[in-house]
Design a protein around this ligand. Sequence first.
Ligand SMILES: Cc1cc2nc3c(=O)[nH]c(=O)nc-3n(C[C@H](O)[C@H](O)[C@H](O)COP(=O)(O)O)c2cc1C
Length: 388
Amino acid sequence: MTEQLFARSPEIRAAHPLFNENKLKLGVFGINWSGVAFVQSPARLVPRWKDSLEVARLADGMGFEAIVPVSRWVGLVPGKPRDASAQNLESFTWASAVCVSTRQAGVFATCPIHAYHPMLAAKQAATIDQISGGRFGLNIVAGWNPTEAGLFGHTILDHDARYRRASEWVEIVQKVWTSEEEFDHEGEFWTIHDAYTVPLPAQEPGPPIMNAGGSGQGRDFAARHADMAFVSLRTDELEEAAAMVDDYRTYAREHYGRELGVWSHGYVVHSETDEEAQRKADELYANGDFEAVDAMMAGLVKTHSAGVDDENFQTVRRNIVLGSSGFPLIGSTETIADRLQFLSRAGIDGVLVTWLDYPNGLRHFRQEILPILEERGLRAPYDAGDGA
Ligand SMILES: Cc1cc2nc3c(=O)[nH]c(=O)nc-3n(C[C@H](O)[C@H](O)[C@H](O)COP(=O)(O)O)c2cc1C
């Protein structure tokens, strides 16, 4: 009975921007944090609300499909708990404010499972989905940072157990989102009595799920539970990239009979020419915040969470400094458009983009790059209706 009081339908879910017709979807990533580019520069984002909101509104007004925050509870550098890598706004409360301040984009909260009890996450997600009229989405993080997990009395388990726990977590959340009646849950990691929430989310059966796990177990988790998986492409060979993307999709189809959206993330360093852009990237790298980056790499290696070895150490380190390990989108306007088209040709459905200087980067993207993507049939022109 209560459900009639609150919006809820599969049609609301189908209207989520994530499922629109654009061949290459776009998102902006990490704008509640100062850490996506680990570069010591005045252009680096300080996530004061007005600055974070400015970027969210710019992306929303350009028709971007996704606005995805990070979730960080501790800084990365031991002994320096207040350094830039610790500065971030909590992702659910931030998402709730962003969704009422934007018009069309999908707004995500990023949710490490050690930080949010599944009942809390389910209720917060349902609430934001109601507030936003069905524009919410959940980025589930299984965890990799032992210090952060320790803050909540958890440890980072080995990969099998880590994703078993994440699976149990998301199964509880999704059951809460779809249950008309109270239920009990007795699992390996949680015991819950009389679980339910009113209202349920506006999207039926629930908001889209994203997962960016990099391991085989992470891929299996995404194939089983997520609408969007993330693949880190470390190649410029189209065939190799296409095979990697195809692997994800085929795996989800064959193992779980599911259609999985495959996304990637990339960082932009733009200049007039490719040579100048590469020089700019070199300069930014020279000003890298290596204390934070090396601490992050150490954490990832310790929890076996990144494919870092001696051979690719410098490349991975550079990509972390310039854009949290994203795919490099370095070059002239034309080259950046070509690189995005490359990702689309490889089968990528969407890209979360980052910049060191988000506001100017997004304005340039709107003026110069979006028209090229539209011309190439990768996106339909978006009319924000305000003459922008
Ligand atoms: C686009 C993207 C966003 C991510 N956001 C976060 C985040 O906000 N917080 C976090 O702790 N980890 C984040 N991660 C890390 C992943 O969720 C995952 O824990 C990590 O890649 C290790 O994967 P694995 O456990 O499968 O080895 C992100 C990764 C990517 C690629």
